[in-house]
Design a protein around this ligand. Structure first.
Ligand SMILES: [Zn+2]
Length: 174
């Protein structure tokens, strides 16, 4: 018997989360756990890696962010919206947004340059900037989650900023 909402159970559920076959209560419990547990977010990062390799098959020219967001949203189904983080030249990670009570954000950085904490800011579709917190990145990789008061439909983009490094931007809407 595994602890409901614990690591073992959530680990078992991540593939189902990716395949969007989870029911509401199980899905909510898994997402709650992911927001609090760095180890399970690592597994989610692996899932994001899978999404990365699929999108690598998409047209090679830099697609507009909105196009990519729609593609990713289609692949992750009802679980969440997803948008790619770009550093201006290439894709470096993925932002997941889940609409619920409360709503969640999961930020996964997979190939940034260097190490250090990135300051995360949510830019709403009305232009208001909401500070979120600091995302630890080590060796170019890191993941972080938080609850948000902003409805997911009003999440315009997520900006990660670090002194001496270029901004990483994930645009949910153009
Ligand atoms: Zn866990």
């Amino acid at each position: 018997m595994t602890e409901p909402g614990g690591c073992a159970e959530t680990g078992d559920l991540i593939p189902e989360l990716a395949a969007d076959t989870l029911t509401g209560a199980e899905r909510a419990a898994a997402l709650r756990h992911l927001a609090a547990c760095a180890r399970c977010r690592h597994d989610l990062a692996d899932m994001a890696g899978l999404v990365d390799s699929i999108t690598a098959l998409a047209p090679p020219e830099n697609p507009p962010p909105a196009f990519e967001s729609r593609v990713l949203a289609g692949m992750t189904g009802n679980c969440c919206l997803a948008a790619a983080f770009h550093d201006g030249r290439r894709r470096v990670g993925t932002a997941f947004a889940y609409q619920g009570s409360p709503s969640w954000l999961f930020l996964v950085v997979q190939s940034a340059s260097g190490s250090g904490a990135y300051r995360a800011t949510l830019v709403r579709t009305d232009g208001l900037r909401v500070p979120l917190g600091e995302v630890p990145v080590s060796g170019g990789r890191g993941s972080w989650g938080t609850t948000i008061d902003t409805p997911v439909a009003q999440v315009g983009r997520i900006v990660l900023a670090r002194p001496g490094a270029g901004d990483l931007v994930a645009a949910f809407w153009p």
